[in-house]
Ligand binder design. Structure first.
Ligand code: HEC
Length: 188
């Protein structure tokens, strides 16, 4: 007499055989076959803006875990405060070595991103200033002559008063290359 366990095995095996037969006995070579467990092939993933019952807030898209840094994004540890400005000025050094190429790249970037306000020679007389649309920024060869690289980097990153932030539109390398050019305008 068969035990209950053996019976179950026999049943399962027969079912598997039947399924195999069903899936293979199709004469149409272009028939894609049957899917017995479609979830295995097609994961029931969530639409980005749909409801997600697994989380309290019902969202699908989640905030990244605290401290996550997106690829190629800078971790800039100096806060946008007077103390952060002073600390950046005291501690930050230009990591990019000066060379003819770097100076040229810095100049091109400066002309594209800064000269309409600061002027090509950094005298605070860019095109929008000349048009009378903007008060003249301080001049690099005069008021900003002694400004340290770190403070300049900080202000370029966060912006300062009427100058907008450039931290998201210029990579750290680009900002430091521009600073080599600013040193030239400062007469350093
Ligand atoms: C919209 C006009 C404008 C643009 C564009 C602009 N600046 Fe400025 N910048 C200013 C003004 C105005 C100030 C003076 C801010 C103040 O001290 O109130 C300034 C100040 C500065 C300072 C001195 C900051 C300090 O700590 O005192 C630096 C350095 C500087 N800009 C660099 C740049 C660079 C580099 C770019 C281009 C990537 C740039 N700026 C783009 C208007 C501009």
């Amino acid at each position: 007499m068969q035990t209950h366990f053996q019976l179950t095995i026999t049943k399962t095996a027969s079912l598997a055989l039947l399924l195999a037969a069903l899936s293979s006995c199709n004469n149409d070579p272009r028939h894609p076959g049957y899917e017995f467990m479609p979830d295995m092939y097609r994961s029931p993933s969530y639409e980005v803006n749909s409801y997600n019952e697994n989380f309290k807030n019902g969202q699908v898209n989640m905030q990244p875990v605290k401290g996550t840094v997106a690829q190629n994004h800078e971790v800039y540890l100096y806060p946008n405060t007077i103390e952060g400005y002073e600390a950046a000025g005291a501690e930050l050094k230009n990591p990019i070595e000066k060379s003819e190429i770097v100076l040229e790249e810095g100049k091109v970037l400066y002309n594209d991103f800064c000269s309409h306000c600061h002027g090509e020679k950094g005298e605070g007389n860019g095109t929008i200033v000349d048009l009378g649309k903007f008060p003249p920024p301080p001049s690099f060869s005069n008021q900003l002559k002694e400004l340290s690289d770190g403070k300049m980097y900080h202000s370029i990153t966060y912006g300062k008063n009427l100058m907008g932030p450039h931290g998201l539109i210029l990579s750290p390398e680009e900002r430091w290359k521009i600073i080599h050019h600013l040193n030239k305008l400062q007469g350093k």
